[in-house]
Design a protein. Structure first.
Length: 380
């Protein structure tokens, strides 16, 4: 047989598969009506496990894994179709809908905002991009910001989440598992680093450089070119600049922003020392209260999945079935647990879309725990 003959054969098989797929989906809808009448949930993991086992028994050994993948997707598509036709609404879905309806139509212009660091920190620059007039309260640590929101000391907080060069801020992801909060906006801030020192200090005088660990990583190539210089991490780039100023040292410098050179009266020994010019940090604005402002087209959730094969795949296949784009996937180990992880998802979908509502109608049944962090838009 030639290739065209095999293709004709495949086409004939596909016609039969399409007919059977349509028939299967129609029966799934009838099953959903039956479940609804008897007060049963759409998702039945026990039944699906039994079905996968029986399918595997009917397949030769080489096909078993392929059969698992195929039928796992079929199950997901069937559940999505059932939920669509039943118009069922989960408690989480109802909570989100309530927030959409009751959040003010305009993002606040004035607020008391918590930021980590001191005056001149990149978080304060992010805050200024979000709020027209913000009163900033500074804290020494990221946890201080989360705690201020949790205790009601500040209404909002601005926290760095990831950098295009240095990657995710792992400490923030760990704190996100500890505190109850919502994300209401995000912003990207272009990061340009300069080497700052007290007046009269020359580059050859510098024996120690201070900065945040992420800024150090972003300027790795520049620092490698400084012979015999000690590099010391500190809490914040702005804190590094302030420390250099207050110490009066003539043998030290800070990697910080141009704004800090103006605030603390420091000289710029070198400009734009980061490894790449396309260097951005993404900041999120957090709140104790769930607020969803108009135009929200990005959603963040955290999920704890069962430690077994296919757990993450089931979630990803659900997103695929609904046509929802996954922007970011991050995993962090759960404290005091063996081989369990928290998965962080950034999803691209309008909060007003039917796919968004369908996603949250029974996603809780696919994981051990889910935290809806919020829906918002991002300022570029």
């Amino acid at each position: 047989m030639e290739l065209k003959d095999y293709r004709v054969k495949i086409d004939e098989i596909d016609k039969e598969l399409v007919r059977l797929f349509k028939e299967r989906m129609e029966v799934s809808e009838e099953i959903a009506e039956c479940k609804k009448a008897n007060g049963l949930p759409v998702y039945d993991p026990s039944r699906e496990r039994q079905k996968l086992a029986s399918i595997a028994e009917m397949l030769p050994e080489d096909f078993k894994n392929y059969g698992d993948a195929l039928y796992s997707l079929l199950f997901e598509l069937s559940r999505a179709y059932q939920r669509k036709n039943l118009n069922s609404e989960s408690a989480l879905s109802a909570k989100i809908k309530d927030a959409v309806e009751n959040t003010p139509k305009q993002f606040p212009t004035r607020a008391l905002v918590a930021c980590q660091g001191v005056e001149g920190a990149f978080s304060s620059q992010a805050c200024d991009k979000m709020f027209k007039s913000a009163d900033i309260m500074y804290f020494n640590s990221f946890e201080g910001v989360f705690s201020a929101i949790d205790k009601g000391l500040c209404e909002y907080g601005v926290i760095p989440l990831e950098n295009s060069t240095a990657g995710s801020v792992n400490r923030v992801y760990d704190l996100m598992m500890k505190y109850d909060f919502s994300i209401i906006k995000s912003v990207r801030v272009k990061v340009d680093h300069s080497l700052l020192a007290n007046k009269g200090v020359k580059l050859e005088d510098v024996k120690e450089v201070f900065s945040h660990s992420h800024a150090i990583a972003q300027c790795e190539n520049f620092l490698k070119g400084l012979s015999g210089v000690k590099v010391t991490p500190c809490e914040n780039t702005a804190m590094a600049a302030k420390m250099i100023f207050e110490s009066g040292r003539t043998d030290a410098a800070a990697i910080s922003s141009d704004i800090c050179s103006e605030i603390y009266g420091l000289n710029r020994l070198c400009d734009s020392i980061q490894d790449t010019s396309n260097n951005y940090t993404r900041f999120i604005c957090i709140s104790k209260k769930l607020e969803i402002y108009p135009g929200a087209d990005r959603t963040s959730i955290m999920m704890v999945l069962q430690h077994r094969p296919g757990s993450l795949y089931n979630v990803l296949s659900r997103l695929y079935a609904l046509g929802i784009n996954l922007l970011k996937l991050e995993s962090r180990p759960l404290p005091n647990s063996d081989f369990e992880f928290m998965f962080y998802f950034d999803l691209e979908t309008s909060v007003y879309s039917k796919e968004f509502i369908e996603l949250f109608n029974d996603i809780e049944g696919m994981c051990s725990k889910i935290e809806y962090l919020g829906s918002y838009n991002e300022i570029i």
